[in-house]
Structure formats: structure tokens, C-alpha cells
Design a protein around this ligand. Structure first.
Ligand code: SAH
Length: 345
């Protein structure tokens, strides 16, 4: 038996071809795509304007990706909801729903685990299990929309995993997510965060997408960066800055630098001055994040005064900077922690 095809990962063009190869009329593809990506049906059975016979055939030929919410935690402080989803093969991923004044934002995972090994990150502790398919990335947003009953307007790919280590599925996901025949999320409302895989960043610049690229920088010198992120042994900050300028040139989209402040590691005034030197010529935006401590590592958050001083130095150097509000700290908001706790029992 040949493996069943993943129908929810097909683009509209692919779906049209697929169904016409089976002798179906073109309008079938339109109906089906609508059910999957607009009405967010959770099974073929729900597609009531398709004949029973056709739905039965679909069940035989295709997998219909769905996720099961095994745990939902809501923050009492800010209403943030964290979802632990079980994939159809039993693997677990996390997604987070946040309500902002400008709309609802969902943070999704792109892989089960991660192989980048950033020292402060809980998702990296057990390495990579596997990458997610496009439909598994989409379904995190669809399932959350169904469960909350509210429209999602922003998507950030900042959950578990390194999105550019799952490049083809990521780009497929981005096209489906922003397709006007589907959920139609604005490209400018989508952010992809990377630990800095230079070839992927350059390739993404050429996809003709208007999404925001966020670079997890976390240090302003190669030496410091290497002590926090093994990937820094592969690509230097110089190469990263060149890839960022290239991305900006090609897309016109301003880059975001993410910088998690770790006490005594990367939060000194000198660190801030070095970061300003990198940020200024790129006219990028810097997002400071007090590191979320994980119990497996010794890293500690910078104190309020150091965060303030760090921010002031950047501002004095005319760098656009914000300190990220910590959403959902009371519900294991930091990457990968809910899944870990669940697995530990
Ligand atoms: N792999 C991608 C996206 C997932 S991580 C990337 O590296 O960008 C999303 C962001 O959370 C990254 O900036 C990452 O460095 C940061 N992060 C991971 N663990 C963290 C922690 N414990 N505290 C603060 N930020 C963390």
C-alpha cells in the first residue's frame, strides 16, 4: 500500500490537479479547500456539501491532519493560553495564544524538539525528534481558532524548533497561511524567528514574501554568542549581519533582533554598546527579553535595573528597542517547558 497523501498540506493548485486526476470536477477542489482552510473543518465528515461517496474515497486516499489538545493552561495574569497538542503519531508540541490590543497572536512550533542546542532553551534539551509538516503547523492555528472561537490576526513561528531547519515545509506553510483562499493572514502579520541559519535566511529573502524575519542574536560578539548558542560556531556575526542586510534589500522588511538578557552573561553596558554598533547600520528593531530560567540550566534573569540601563544605551544610540512583555510566565510560558513537564509526569 502506498502512503496516504497529506491533503491539508496541498496548495490550491496542487489540490485541483490531485482531484482532477481522480476525475473530479474543478469545483470540488474549491469546495474542499474552503472546508479545510476557511471553515476549518476537523474531518471529511463535516464537509456536508460533498457526497458521502466522495468523502469515503477521500478517507481512503488522504490523511486529514488534526491535533488533539491534551492540555490547555490559561494565565490568570494576562489571559494567555498555552496549548499542548498531540500529533497523530503521538508526538507533542506546544503553541501559545496571546491577546494584544491589535489582535490575537499565536506562537507556533515548527519541529518536535530542536537540534540547535541553545543553552538556555528547554526545547533543545532532548534534541530533534522530527520536523512538522505544513498541515501540522497550520493546524495549530486552526485548532486554536476553533477552541477560542476568535480570529487569529498575527502568527509568530517562535515555538519549539528551528523553522529554517525545516525550510520547505515552512515556506509551504507560509503560503497556505497567507493564501487569500484560506485564512488569509496578512504576510506582514507573520514573523519567523531563526537562530541564524545563514543560507536559509538568504533563501527566504528570495521567496517574494513580506513576512518579518527575527534573528535570535543574544550576543554581540562571536565568542559570547558561541558560549550561548552552538550554531554560532557555524556562522559568524559578520555573516549574519550581511544576511540581514540582504534580507532587507530584497524584501524591504525591517529585521528584528531578539536578545534574551542573561544576568552576568550578556547584559553589561559594554554588551549594550556592542549591540548598538551592530543594530544601527541595519536600522533594525531590537527586542529585549529577560531570559526565562529553566530548571535544567543555571541561567538567571537580568535584574530590572540592568535591563533598563541596557535599553537606555540602545536608545541613546538611536536604536529602536522594546522590552518584551512577559506573557504567561505563570503557565510555563517559556519555550518547551509545558511539554517537558507533561512528559516528566
Ligand atoms: N529556533 C528559533 C525559534 C524558536 S525560539 C530561534 O532560535 O529563533 C524563539 C525565541 O525564544 C528565540 O529568540 C530563542 O532564543 C528564545 N528563547 C528560547 N529559550 C528561551 C528562554 N529560556 N528565555 C528567553 N528566551 C528564550
Amino acid at each position: 500500500m502506498t502512503e496516504k497523501k497529506d491533503i491539508k498540506s496541498m496548495t490550491f493548485t496542487e489540490l485541483t490537479k490531485e482531484l482532477s486526476d481522480f476525475g473530479e470536477k474543478p469545483f470540488r477542489a474549491r469546495q474542499m479547500y474552503d472546508w479545510m482552510h476557511k471553515k476549518l473543518a476537523s474531518s471529511f465528515e463535516e464537509m456536508t456539501n460533498l457526497s458521502k461517496d466522495f468523502r469515503e474515497k477521500c478517507r481512503e486516499r488522504y490523511t486529514y491532519t488534526t491535533l488533539e489538545a491534551v492540555r490547555v493552561q490559561e494565565s490568570k495574569a494576562d489571559g494567555t493560553k498555552k496549548f499542548l497538542f498531540r500529533l497523530m503519531d503521538g508526538n507533542l508540541v506546544e503553541s501559545v495564544w496571546m491577546r494584544y490590543r491589535h489582535g490575537n497572536s499565536v506562537c507556533i512550533s515548527s519541529q518536535v524538539g530542536c537540534r540547535m542546542g541553545c543553552r538556555f532553551c528547554a526545547s533543545a534539551l532532548n534534541g530533534l525528534e522530527r520536523s512538522l509538516t505544513a498541515s501540522e503547523m497550520l493546524e495549530q492555528i486552526y485548532a486554536i481558532t476553533r477552541l477560542t472561537g476568535e480570529r487569529v490576526s498575527n502568527v509568530v513561528v517562535m515555538g519549539m524548533g528551528e523553522p529554517l531547519d525545516n525550510y520547505d515545509n515552512l515556506v509551504r506553510f507560509l503560503r497556505l497561511l497567507t493564501d487569500e483562499n484560506g485564512l488569509n493572514i496578512g504576510q506582514r502579520s507573520v514573523t519567523v524567528s531563526t537562530c541564524g541559519l545563514v543560507p536559509g535566511m538568504r533563501r527566504l529573502a528570495g521567496e517574494g514574501l513580506q513576512i518579518t524575519l527575527a534573528l535570535s542574536l543574544h550576543a554581540a560578539t562571536d565568542e559570547k554568542r558561541r558560549s550561548l548558542m552552538p550554531v554560532a560556531n557555524q556562522y559568524s556575526i559578520q555573516e549574519l549581519m550581511e544576511a540581514c542586510s540582504y534580507y532587507f534589500e530584497k524584501t524591504g522588511r525591517r529585521i528584528t533582533f531578539e536578545y534574551s538578557l542573561v544576568r552576568g552573561e550578556n547584559d553589561s553596558k559594554e554588551d549594550a554598546r556592542m549591540l548598538a554598533l551592530l543594530a544601527k547600520p541595519l536600522c533594525c528593531h531590537v527586542n529585549l527579553i529577560p531570559v526565562n530560567p529553566i530548571k535544567e540550566r543555571k541561567y538567571v534573569q537580568s535584574d530590572r535595573a540592568s535591563v533598563e540601563a541596557f535599553k537606555n544605551i540602545l536608545e541613546k544610540n538611536k536604536v529602536n528597542v522594546t522590552v518584551r512583555r512577559e506573557m504567561g510566565r505563570d503557565i510555563d510560558g517559556a519555550c518547551g517547558q509545558l511539554r517537558r513537564r507533561y512528559q516528566e509526569g
